[in-house]
Design a binder for this molecule. Sequence first.
Ligand code: SF4
Length: 281
Amino acid sequence: MELKALETSARNTWCPGCGNFAILTAFKSVLKSLVEDGTPVENVVMVAGIGCHAKIADYVNVNSFYSIHGRVAPVAQGIKIATPGLKVVGFAGDGDAYGEGLEHLLFAAKRNVDFTMFIHNNRVYGLTTGQYTPTSPLGFKGRSTPRGTQESPFNPLELLLASGASFIGRAYSGRLDSLKAIMKEAILHPGFAVVDVLQVCHTFFNAYDYYNQKVYDLTDHDPTDFDKACARVREWDYSSDARIALGTFFRKETPRFEERFDRSGMSEEDRRGRLTRMLEP
Ligand code: SF4
């Protein structure tokens, strides 16, 4: 497959220097390798939220679905449950997934439906010109906080780990090779996988210099050990000056939500109806 086949004619409107370009490049490269390994491209579905990140759905020539703000996880789960043969990949921003959509995200982790979420965590609302988000650092000065935030950020990976996510990782838009590697690993993981991608917003929170000094690759780490994963995830609290680990913190094969229901003896029609009703608000 040629990478060109994954391009669209949509005009790219991301700002020059935006970290979203790296995520787009990495995803297309991973998608190409998945297709070459036998995944039919028509079986791939992208789900996006609302925000700068969401334009990625316009720039990749596969089936895609724009959801509403914060609702990538329930839409992705619905698609996967209704059509289990699809490979469902969600893309959300930090305001999108960790703000409006936090409850949906944590319940996706709890359920372990087999889909992947990539969080474009630029730690600012970029599309609406620079308001603080749940992961903006303490004291962040933006459009809604000209004197600096008075709140500390939370650590989304710690929350997700506590909620039962079966795959947790972190990547950085300034490290393309490791970004590609973890994207592929997450997509191939059988269960709910989430990768927090430190995606630099060049316009409203340019953290390239900071991340370039702080990031390091996770080595000497056993991702099957939950306690060790907790400890590594807590090294950096999204505000301190600690070093920032990149890589797979936790990985565990555990029964998927769909499998549990497959064993219940219900007909396929009953099963789908019951699962769909469970996901309704
Ligand atoms: Fe990227 Fe920030 Fe521009 Fe949005 S506002 S396109 S996140 S650089």
